[in-house]
Design a protein around this ligand. Sequence first.
Ligand code: URP
Ligand code: ZN
Ligand code: ZN
Length: 472
Amino acid sequence: MTILIKNGTVVTAQGSMQADVLIDGETIAAVLAPGDNALGVDLAASAERVIDATGKYVVPGGIDGHTHMEMPFGGTVASDSFETGTRAAAWGGTTTIIDFAVQKQGERVQDCLAAWHEKAAGNCAIDYGFHQVVGGVDSESLKAMDELIDEGVTTFKLFMAYPGVFLSSDGQILQAMQQAAGNGSMIMMHAENGSAIDVLVAQAIAEGNTDPKYHSLTRPWETEAEATNRAIMLARMTGAPLYIVHMSAKQAVAVLQANRDEGWNVFGETCPQYLYLSLEDQLSQPGFEGAKWVCSTPLRSKAEKHQDELWRYLRTNDLSVISTDHCPFCFKEQKEMGLGDFSKIPNGIGSVEHRMDLIFQGVVEGKISLERWVELCSTTPARMFGLYGRKGAIAPGFDADVVVYDPTGRTEIGFHKTHHMNMDHSAWEGFVIDGHVDTVLSRGKVIIDDNAYHGTAGDGHFLKRGLSQYLI
Ligand code: URP
Ligand code: ZN
Ligand code: ZN
């Protein structure tokens, strides 16, 4: 099928221009200035479908590099399946996710990856790839890292938090980084000092401080900044590149910035929740309400002014990627596991549907440019995670993952309004965005249009990823 998206403003990380986009089958065939007849044919007359994008932005589909669909965690399982979670992502203009396959001590990494393939295959609305969590670093899992690269899994997540579940010792981290330095892959790090946090948590519970807000108060910014510094120092010893996930503390990003300024290959990701939500406004809501916003790293104090600093670091490129860390849990029965003990609340927030809108609001408010929105949400994730050339740009030969975005539209976020995630609440209830995802194409197929979903489970294919472009 040929589709012409005409009269729109094509926005890429490099710039914006009036242009028509011709799609042939699954790929972008041409990007042409209006009236350009370089192909020698009347495109509007010959295309099988014409989408009028007058007054709208035409942007590459979003790439969410950090999701957890149906992940067993905290004594329960994240509530979105690959089917519901990727469909919700499509509604919000995200056309690729990279989810985390999880391995724990004593499990074979290859078996764990196979289990994630089984969950996702035939169920996804959009294309997907995997990172691999290595929860048990030993000689077998280190060898497996080499094998996985050939299978298109080129990034490995380690944890400095969650002792007894996922935490790796400094020695294990060093070994995994040495392996990554040797095989060209990239280590992703959950940087929080889990042992110190466990002490603070036990003390808070013993003192009767059991409300959700204590989740943040027992994970002070120092625990993030210390672990960030330690992770970077370990990476420096090995020469391995390092990508720090879900950064929320300005002091931790300052550590990252100082090392980037010295030329080290270290990168940071943040998430919408850290840009908009806080300890005071959300986590401290009366009763048990705050449980909806328990995630790690935690929401930080508004009084400490982390949010403005994170936006600034997004502008200076010290934070290079915005992902969601989509890890949804229902309030009933899941978040409620922590009634009377905040440490038992499953950690995670659901946002996969709202990232493109929430970050576009940053454009509306003058915090980042239009082009930076595309770069942070699509182009850099594509380059960072070995997908560029297929994903992350509107250019001939790229997959036709395209979003037509209406800057004069309006999106009211909430459980009863635009919400398609498998959750019984929204962490974003009441947020209103000055923009709207109108049309979404995934590899040339229109999957969202006229406020309706036109895709099918199984449209999305597994993406074998290459090495990060930032390492070569
Ligand atoms: O609270 C979070 N972030 N849940 C998901 C697991 C993780 O650490 O990314
Ligand atoms: Zn994490
Ligand atoms: Zn995560």
